[in-house]
Write a protein that binds this ligand. Structure first.
Ligand SMILES: Nc1ncnc2c1ncn2[C@@H]1O[C@H](COP(=O)(O)OP(=O)(O)OP(=O)(O)O)[C@@H](O)[C@H]1O
Ligand SMILES: [Mg+2]
Length: 358
């Protein structure tokens, strides 16, 4: 099943987050889901530095031999909006499936809300809302009826407030007007929104969203970003995957970068971008002459395009570089070092563009 939900919990389960079979669980360092706390609003006060997702050497080799995820050490801090970034085929969905207990790792460990997965799935999943590639929907039911059905499958969901919950979720993802339409007639973006609505039926400690803006138009992408920020504002940790660098940069506080199954960087977005040097940008009607002078001044990777000449800032004082341009008769209209983007960081880390791996 694609969307883990409270249906995984047996009726009568007291909801003890401790894995019944995990005798070491109680001795673990307190996390946001220390025994007794999942679902507890007080969990928003998780100790600073607590992680809601923690993997060690997490590895998945598919039966065909494909090494999809290779020794992943991932730490997602509580309260973060965490971007899981990587080109197509880099192992994002495979990682998410392991985190949600949907597939077994080949080796390594994964803890979610402080508990080992997939062993503690039953205790953990009710506190996690998930949207994973291609949400499973009943095509012959309307969007609204799909949600009513999901909600009805949740043993902890109060039937008396079901309608209100479903309407609120539809409203939240912008599907209210299309709620009566059959799901099979939904566009990709509408299906995506419906999957998201299902993940939002209950308040969650953690939301895991696999490419939540996949199939959405720019307006829809903006709406999802706003929604993610709102949810984070309510104290929910949001883990979202994307292959869109600027999307991650706009909405995430933290990010991890995957390429070919391996994690090549993780941390606060600002720190990741700061790891890459910005670019010197000179605006001038004399690009040819400007490019020549900049190279002479030690600027590397000079690129001239129309009235913009860019390059890697040299170690020396930039005032001297500017003066050299002016002395050479270059009409300088703009001279700035643009802040490095996450994309610059990615290129610096991998030495290549953000392309699909073979
Ligand atoms: N069920 C499977 N059996 C065999 N190989 C698989 C399976 N699922 C994925 N793979 C392979 O594992 C690698 C990682 O795939 P995965 O779906 O995790 O990537 P992704 O980062 O989610 O990509 P995308 O951005 O396209 O969603 C790919 O090379 C893919 O072909
Ligand atoms: Mg994927």
């Amino acid at each position: 099943m694609d969307r883990p939900s409270a249906t995984e919990r047996e009726p009568g389960d007291p909801g003890d987050p401790g894995d019944p079979g995990d005798s070491t669980g109680r001795g673990d360092p307190p996390g946001p889901a220390a025994p007794g706390s999942p679902g507890d609003p007080a969990s928003g006060d998780a100790p600073v530095g607590a992680s809601v997702i923690d993997t060690r050497g997490l590895t998945k080799r598919y039966r065909g031999g494909q090494l999809a995820v290779d020794g992943l050490d991932l730490t997602v801090p509580a309260g973060s909006v965490f971007g899981f970034l990587g080109p197509n085929g880099s192992g994002k969905t495979t990682t998410i499936r392991m985190l949600m207990g949907l597939i077994q790792p080949t080796s390594g460990t994964a803890r979610v809300l402080g508990h080992p997965m997939p062993r503690a799935s039953r205790a953990v999943l009710p506190h996690v809302g998930a949207l994973i590639e291609g949400p499973a929907l009943y095509g012959f039911l309307s969007g609204r009826d799909n949600l009513l059905r999901y909600d009805a499958a949740d043993p902890v969901a109060d039937p008396r407030t079901r309608r209100a919950r479903v309407e609120a979720a539809l409203e939240r993802v912008g599907l209210a007007a299309a709620a009566a339409k059959k799901a099979k007639a939904y566009s990709l973006g509408m299906k995506q929104r419906l999957g998201l609505a299902a993940a939002l039926l209950q308040p969650r400690e953690l939301l895991v969203l696999d490419e939540p803006t996949n199939g959405l138009d720019p307006q829809g992408m903006r709406e999802i970003r706003t929604l993610v920020r709102e949810l984070a504002g309510d104290g929910t940790t949001v883990f979202l995957s994307s292959h869109l660098l600027d999307e991650i940069e706009q909405v995430c506080t933290h990010a991890a970068v995957m390429t070919q199954g391996r994690l090549i960087a993780q941390g606060a977005v600002a720190d990741l971008a700061a790891g890459a040097r910005g670019r010197l940008v000179v605006t001038t009607p004399d690009p040819g002459e400007a490019a020549r002078v900049l190279k002479e001044q030690g600027v590397a990777d000079v690129v001239a395009a129309e009235d913009r000449v860019t390059g890697e800032p040299p170690e020396r004082d930039l005032a001297e570089v500017n003066a050299a341009l002016v002395t050479a008769g270059v009409r300088v209209r703009g001279f700035v070092v643009e802040r490095a983007s996450l994309e610059d960081a990615f290129v610096a880390l991998t030495g290549e563009g953000f392309d699909v791996a073979g």
